[in-house]
Design a protein around this ligand. Structure first.
Ligand SMILES: *Cc1c(COP(=O)(O)O)cnc(C)c1O
Length: 385
């Protein structure tokens, strides 16, 4: 086995697909120290700049002092601390859904929820560009797994029309992680009503960024229905770690009994929940941060004039610049890095073949000068590459 692992690694390297981790020696922020060098970074999902916020650092220190550092037992034994419970209630109220349940990560939430809510005889309808963990959750659930062309409402309806599944669940990213565009959620909800289906949305990149006060994609579209179940991660705009699922009380009660990645796993430390409670408050009061962030996004889109490479129709903090070839995307990323700017090149299989790209993520922690520096560097790169 070891020899075949080595062979597979060598092959990846030969194909230019071997991925290497950068070593971070600073907090996650817009200016970081990576591999011992300072960079201006457009890499993180810390869209509001909360990962290193002094109020949250203080909240974590205080909570560690009064709740310790570990949960010590699964949630159904003695691991469900008041800090977890308070956060669940706070999150449900914030997204205006009846109840919420915490998971240790978004990956575990998607696997746990899909595995619990649907199974043999049921069907999942999934966008082809969904995040990997929605695919894994789908396979794990044993439900029939139907994938439809990205954001194609007609293709989805064609599948729903002929489905004889007992329970039907449409499962989609609300904001696509590598494209930054939104799913047509109002149209999907209408299909749910027409075909007696349910809508599971993964709002990893909408929570904190979209909505009147950062509530996320549901609020952005003003959607409300007992057919909706939402998941959002807490390690992105919320700046900490973890995830939550929110929906009807019966859904959450059922997940507490049956979602294996909840039942058979130790909850994240209560101190993290206390930190997240402070973070959700900052998100709710973060209109200025969001105004600044959306101003930077609009400036970037209006002032980047590239002929070789194309931006996508994204209004979110995820701004992909499509380069095409793998080698070309890596070259552009390396050129920017040599000038002190880090932007990751994303290649297949994370994105479809022929659409290798820079995934530029803009944060409220960036200044207008930071964004101007990025625009200038990309314009220079276009002249020399
Ligand atoms: C990051 C991400 C996840 C996974 O969340 P983690 O908390 O990082 O495990 C799930 N779905 C989408 C769309 C994501 O971008």
């Amino acid at each position: 086995m070891l020899a075949s692992l080595q062979l597979a690694l060598d092959q990846r390297k030969a194909d230019g697909l071997l991925r290497q981790r950068r070593l971070l020696d600073s907090p996650q922020a817009e200016h970081i120290i990576a591999n011992s060098k300072p960079y201006l970074s457009f890499c993180s999902n810390d869209y509001l700049g909360l990962a290193n916020h002094p109020d949250l650092i203080a909240a974590m220190q205080k909570a560690a002092g009064d709740s310790g550092v570990g949960s010590g037992a699964s949630g159904l034994v003695t691991g469900h601390h008041r800090y977890h419970d308070d956060l669940e209630q706070q999150l449900a109220a914030f997204v205006k859904l009846p109840a919420a349940l915490l998971f240790s990560t978004g990956y575990m939430a998607n696997i746990g929820v899909l595995g619990a809510l649907v199974g043999r005889g049921d069907a999942i309808f999934a966008d082809k560009l969904n995040h990997a963990c929605l695919n894994d959750g789908g396979y794990y659930s044993l439900a029939e797994f139907n994938r439809f062309t990205h954001n194609d409402v007609t293709a989805l309806e064609t599948l729903l029309k002929v489905s004889t599944a007992k329970h039907k669940l449409i499962a989609v990213d609300a904001v696509f992680s590598m494209d930054g565009d939104l799913a047509p959620l109002p149209e999907y909800l209408a299909l749910c009503e027409k075909y007696d289906a349910y809508l599971y949305i993964d709002d990893a990149h909408g929570f904190g960024v979209l909505g009147e006060h950062g509530e996320g994609s549901l609020n952005h579209f003003k959607l409300k229905s007992p057919r909706i179940i939402m998941m959002a991660t807490l390690g992105k705009a919320a700046g900490v770690a973890g995830a939550f699922v929110a929906g009807e009380k019966v859904v959450i009660d059922y997940l507490i009994q049956t979602a294996k990645s909840y039942v058979y796993s130790t909850p994240a430390p209560p101190a993290l929940s206390a930190t997240l409670s402070a973070s959700v408050k900052l998100i709710a009061q973060g209109d200025e941060l969001r105004t600044h962030l959306h101003g930077l996004i609009a400036y970037f889109k209006a002032n980047l004039h590239c002929k070789k490479w194309q931006l996508m129709p994204s209004i979110t903090a995820v701004q992909p610049l499509i380069v095409g070839g793998n080698v070309e995307a890596v070259k552009l990323s390396e050129y920017l890095q040599a000038g002190g700017i880090l932007v990751p090149a994303i290649r297949p299989p994370t994105v479809p073949k022929g659409t290798a790209r820079l995934r530029i993520s803009i944060s409220a922690a960036h200044s207008l000068d930071d964004v101007k520096a990025l625009i200038n560097a990309i314009h220079q790169a276009e002249q020399v590459l």
